[in-house]
Design a binder for this molecule. Structure first.
Ligand code: 5RP
Length: 225
């Protein structure tokens, strides 16, 4: 079985009737959303959901999952989302799918933040995956320079030979830091750069980490605060 599917479906079992739920983005979240759709259909779960991307919103609507706006829900009981890399302290790199801004807004209004990954995403230290930084289009080259001065190699993300544009109309600079020894101080340093909208580091957010394995095993780790 697909390890992303194992993790996604397991996470969907945490959802209870009446909850407000955040829906993540990406190929692992896809399986969670599918399963939530099944549960809405078969168990009649009444949920209020917010999607972290236009893509996830479209999928949820196709499955008759009720979708609300960011202005309509103040707090979420559970969010289920994927990650590009997760370290031993459950800190994350996210934004491989370009949805980091909405994902972070959602993460900060969520009581129980569940991260679903396959085994390949688990790392001792963050940084192998290039850190996505969402920046405004205006003057992006100067934002690029400041990021470079922090010791990384940034690349303007492309799609079909054009700059990739996020759901919020911004660009993404993927920053190769090799190793991120102190994610918290790096996040603070990047936030000081003019033109930066949001950063794909998610620190101290994850409550539950669900790791799917290709042999069918699923591991669940709880963060003790
Ligand atoms: C999107 C994300 C995704 O959660 C992340 O890229 C993981 O994606 P996948 O589940 O497809 O590996 O942060 O912005």
């Amino acid at each position: 079985m697909n390890p992303k599917q194992i993790a996604g479906e397991k996470a969907a079992s945490y959802i209870k009737d009446g909850m407000n739920v955040g829906l993540g983005t990406g190929s692992t979240s896809f399986f969670a959303i599918q399963k939530i759709g099944d549960r809405v259909k078969n168990e009649g779960l009444k949920l209020k959901c917010i999607a972290t991307s236009n893509e996830s919103e479209k999928l949820a609507r196709e499955l008759n999952i009720p979708i609300y706006g960011f202005d309509e829900i103040k707090e979420l009981d559970i969010t289920i989302d994927g990650a590009d890399e997760v370290d031993k302290d459950f800190n994350l790199i996210k934004g491989g799918g370009g949805a980091l801004l909405r994902e972070k807004i959602i993460a900060y209004i969520t009581k129980h933040y569940i991260i679903i990954v396959d085994e390949s995403k688990v790392a001792e230290t963050l940084g192998k995956f290039h850190l996505p930084v969402e920046v405004v289009q205006f003057g992006w080259q100067r934002t690029f320079d400041h990021l470079q001065n922090l010791g990384c190699v940034p690349t303007l993300r492309q799609k079909n030979n054009q700059p990739f544009i996020t759901d919020n109309g911004n660009y993404i600079l993927d920053c190769d830091f090799k190793k991120i020894e102190n994610p918290k101080s790096l996040e603070a340093a990047i936030h000081e750069i003019p033109g930066v909208v949001e950063i794909g580091l998610f620190i101290d957010r994850t409550n539950t980490l669900i790791v799917g394995h290709s042999d069918g095993e699923v591991e669940i780790f709880e963060k003790t605060k």
